[in-house]
Design a protein around this ligand. Structure first.
Ligand code: DX5
Ligand code: ZN
Length: 218
């Protein structure tokens, strides 16, 4: 499958979100929206009202990454708000099958995220319930952190599990994905790439997205 790029607005200027979204509208596939609640991660960002406004203001589909303590309670609201994809964390969900099904029922793609220390074999039985697995390549909570090479074997393992399942599950990586690391992720089997600082820290975010895509597609 061709590489998809999902720029993270966590590294954008929050006072100019519509402009920042427009800067990648022609080059990216998704807009990655990091929802943090100061409980699951030690940082606070934005929630449903901002997602609802962005949905109206942005041309790209929203890829909502919920780093929140109660995804089972709130995730369906993001799907109902029109997000194209809603990803919950395996570490936070007490009823992932129910929640992933509710996301799909509301018309969004359902994603399941794993922190760097969470093994992928533990969620192998859930592959039929998800459209995307998100393998975190940093501990979640902040942009601009260094890529964790230790996750590469897990990406390979996830690709193998997906291949064996015969299911069309996308593999997303998030955290420290940049010019210097994206090729390693692609080689290991990732096909959807989140990049925050590598896109919004660049002078020309659109050009940065195009360059990342070239590197990922080899
Ligand atoms: C971190 C977030 C990421 C973050 C990535 O917890 O989930 O989406 O924006 O930022 P970079 O690409 O700068 O590591
Ligand atoms: Zn994210």
């Amino acid at each position: 499958m061709a590489a998809q790029i999902s720029p993270s607005i966590l590294s954008a200027d929050f006072a100019r979100l519509a402009d920042e979204a427009a800067a990648v509208a022609d080059s990216a596939d998704w807009l990655h929206v990091d929802v943090m609640d100061n409980h699951f991660v030690p940082n606070l960002t934005l929630g449903l009202p901002v997602v609802e406004s962005l949905r109206r203001a942005a041309a790209l589909p929203l890829d909502c990454h919920l780093m929140i303590a109660e995804p089972d309670r709130f995730a369906p609201d993001y799907a109902e708000a029109g997000a194209g994809s809603v990803t919950i964390h395996a570490e936070a969900s007490r009823a992932p099958v129910r929640t992933l099904r509710a996301i799909r029922a509301a018309g969004a793609r359902a994603g399941l995220a794993l922190n760097p220390g969470t093994p992928v074999d533990g969620v192998a039985d859930l592959l039929g319930e998800v459209d995307m697995l998100l393998l975190m390549t940093v501990e979640p909570g902040f942009g601009g952190q260094s890529f964790l090479d230790m996750v590469l074997p897990k990406i390979r393992r996830a690709r193998e599990l997906v291949r064996k399942s015969g299911l069309d599950v996308w593999l997303q990586v998030d955290g420290g994905v940049a010019e210097s690391t994206i090729e390693r992720c692609a080689e290991a089997g990732a096909d959807v790439f989140v990049a925050g600082s590598a896109v919004y820290g660049a002078d020309d975010p659109g050009a940065a997205v195009r360059h990342l895509r070239e590197l990922a597609e080899g």
